[in-house]
Design a protein around this ligand. Structure first.
Ligand SMILES: [Zn+2]
Length: 195
């Protein structure tokens, strides 16, 4: 049986099952997500509980929307994030307040599971990389340059096609499945991530 176990070790199904188990056992932690003012940067989503790398931080609630945008239409619903062809999650409050970072501490597993990419401390802002959930060629995050203050901030934030491979290595496989398959994304398999 050993070869079979090895084969499915990193399968999405197995990871999804692990994520759901984690979700069940960490319900109380998820109650500790809250919105905080960030001055001129608006508001952000914060956590009063700590999360270990690989832990499920939250499952995004919200309606699945189907909409085909062309040109500037992609700016009509800036809070939606993409998960499939012309398919979006209209994420609800307070999760909708999650900000972009070029060095995010969560990534999306499958389409709705936000998983810690590294250890997250209590009191820290929860972020994800908007580029990992949008492939509309006309889309850029704006109207101003990115102000995430990450050491390797990309400044001008575009769709997933603009991400360099070394960065994909860092966030893979925590990118919606649709984009992984569509762009044949591959990354370093980090066995230390345990969801
Ligand atoms: Zn940035």
């Amino acid at each position: 049986m050993k070869p079979l176990i090895k084969k499915v070790q990193h399968s999405y199904l197995l990871e999804l099952i692990r994520a759901l188990i984690r979700f069940k056992s960490h319900d109380k932690k998820r109650m500790h997500l809250y919105v905080q003012e960030l001055g001129i940067k608006g508001k952000g989503l914060f956590t009063s509980a700590a999360f270990k790398k690989g832990e499920l931080v939250f499952i995004a609630p919200g309606t699945t929307r189907v909409a085909h945008f062309e040109g500037n239409d992609c700016y009509l619903y800036p809070d939606w994030y993409g998960v499939d062809e012309h398919t979006w999650i209209d994420i609800t409050y307070p999760f909708v307040k999650i900000n972009h970072s070029c060095s995010p501490n969560t990534g999306i597993f499958s389409s709705r599971c936000f998983v810690a990419l590294r250890d997250i401390e209590a009191g820290e802002e929860v972020t994800f990389d908007y580029s990992t959930s949008d492939d509309e060629s006309d889309w850029v995050m704006g109207p101003t340059a990115c102000a995430c203050e990450a050491q390797h901030c990309r400044v001008h934030i575009g769709p997933i096609q603009t991400l360099p491979q070394p960065y994909i290595d860092q966030v893979y496989p925590y990118i919606p499945n649709y984009f992984i398959k569509k762009y044949h994304l591959k990354g370093r398999v980090d066995s230390s991530v345990d969801i």
